[in-house]
Ligand binder design. Structure first.
Ligand code: HEM
Length: 454
């Protein structure tokens, strides 16, 4: 029985239709215009479809956590995406998802992360060649591009160790980028689907994915034949066993989970890193505090280690605050499986809910001076319980990002090591603007110059 008493305001369809172009370019201002007019719960749906936009922490927590059983991911996030990247943690639902989550979760526990720390540190050292070349040539470059390959390689090595060559890695990278573009195009312009089939583009994508499958299957075979302990994610995926059957995953399941970790595990981190480097440039006093923290940790040694993650506490505050301002996963959505009530508004089975994470992170009721970059908000003891609820960069509830601790450690190391070795200068006279695509990224990139730190 529902006790809902309110009626959700409905955004004007005429206004929406006249702003459809702006909406596809950047929906965030469109949401804000409606939030100002209608408040933190309104219906943005058109043509009889209900899409509630939610902009209150309690509403998001209700959907993700408190009553999560009543909500499911949409078919875009599951079947449609699974067609390309397979059925794994990110793209499955129900019993299958729960079984996979239970199986894979232990691989991301803190103790396991210790084994991955060295791989991450080595891979960051490997990225120096590219940065060093820019320091030497004085050339301008886009920090977003370099972050994208660096985080891709970090995930790849954490997954496969040495079982995959540089060339094979680049091939998988290309396949992921091309497939993602194809998928986003299909979702945004569903009417072109028949043409994609007729023109052979759909078949070309299937062939590409098959090529990357071959690489992944070969790497699995190679690892199985070598055996031994490698302390990477592939070891974890190969050794884990279902509680009920005592058996491991099939090759197909392994391939799906691997591809999903690739996809979920690099673009989000790359975008977060790009925004962090931008914010540090804009706030030299904060950059200096990060550098002081790293220098202190490195007294008497030349390399960081897993044990230093705790010591990089100010660096973590910087990362947390940057993800508040620029949450890489800026929104997510869910479908109601049954009737419910949120904040006094009735929800009907089949309604879509759009969870506006970006809006909650900038909500003035919870964040004083919300647009200000202030890492002290995240200093120990400073966050109120209400603010903790209003902070969801990794989602929440049972489907909380499985890679959250991995991502945080990776970013702490990246920020610390890059700030220690280089001085970056963001070039003036460029437009830096957030573009909310699948993830929130800088629309025109961020052009920088780098120099070795003296
Ligand atoms: C800054 C970096 C990252 C951010 C902001 C982020 C954010 C998120 C969010 C918001 C979700 C939940 C989506 C939803 O509920 O609709 C999610 C899920 C997921 N993330 Fe991350 N993520 C990051 C890094 C990573 C990394 C490094 C990995 C793996 C190595 C990873 C793997 C996953 C997986 C597998 C899921 C699906 C979990 C499930 O549904 O059980 N993520 N991530």
């Amino acid at each position: 029985m529902t006790t809902a008493t309110k009626t959700a305001p409905k955004a004007s369809t005429l206004w929406l239709l006249s702003n459809i172009r702006k909406m596809t370019q950047n929906p965030i201002p469109i949401f804000y215009r409606n939030i100002e007019k209608y408040g933190d719960f309104f219906n943005l749906g058109m043509l009889g479809k209900t899409v509630f936009v939610l902009n209150q922490p309690a509403y998001l927590q209700h959907v993700l956590k408190k009553n999560h059983r009543n909500y499911t991911k949409t078919d875009i996030q599951t079947e449609k995406l699974a067609k390309y990247i397979g059925k794994g943690l990110l793209t499955s639902e129900g019993d299958y998802w729960l079984r996979q989550r239970r199986l894979i979760q232990p691989g991301f526990h803190r103790a396991k992360l210790a084994g991955l720390a060295n791989i991450i540190l080595e891979e960051i050292n490997g990225s120096y060649a590219e940065f060093d070349a820019y320091c030497e040539s004085g050339e301008t470059f886009d920090i977003c591009d370099i972050m994208m390959h660096t985080t891709f390689k970090i995930v790849a090595r954490s997954l496969f160790g040495a079982e995959i060559s540089e060339e094979e890695l680049n091939r998988i990278g290309e396949v992921i980028i091309t497939t993602q573009k194809h998928f986003v195009r299909k979702i945004r312009q569903p009417f072109i689907t028949p043409w994609l089939h007729l023109s052979g583009q759909e078949a070309a994508i299937t062939k590409l994915v098959n090529d990357s499958d071959d690489i992944i299957f070969n790497a699995i075979e190679k690892r199985k034949s070598i055996g031994g302990e490698h302390n990477d994610l592939l070891d974890m995926l190969l050794s884990t066993r279902y509680e009920d059957t005592g058996k491991g995953m099939t090759e197909k399941q392994l391939r799906d989970e691997i591809l999903i970790l690739f996809v979920a595990g690099h673009e989000t981190t790359a975008n977060a890193m790009s925004w962090i480097m931008y914010l540090l440039d804009q706030h030299p006093e904060i950059n200096a505090k990060v550098l002081a923290e790293v220098n202190k940790l490195l007294e008497g040694k030349t390399e960081l280690a897993f044990e230093d993650v705790k010591g990089l506490s100010y660096t973590k505050q910087v990362i947390n605050e940057a993800m508040r301002l620029y949450p890489p996963a800026w929104a997510t959505d869910r479908l109601a499986l049954g009737d419910d009530e949120i904040g006094g508004y009735p929800i009907k089975k089949g309604d879509s809910l759009f969870l506006f994470i970006y809006g909650v992170h900038h909500h003035p009721d919870y964040w004083p001076n919300p647009e200000q970059f202030n890492p002290d908000r995240f200093a120990p003891g400073n966050l109120s319980p209400e603010q903790k609820n209003a902070y969801l960069p990794f989602g929440g509830g049972p489907r909380l990002c499985i890679g959250n601790n991995f991502a945080l450690m990776e970013m702490q190391f990246l920020v610390a090591k890059l700030v220690k070795r280089y001085q970056f200068k963001v070039l003036p006279n460029q437009v830096i603007e957030a573009q909310p695509l699948v993830t929130l990224r800088p629309r025109y990139g961020i052009k920088v110059k780098a120099a070795f730190r003296k």
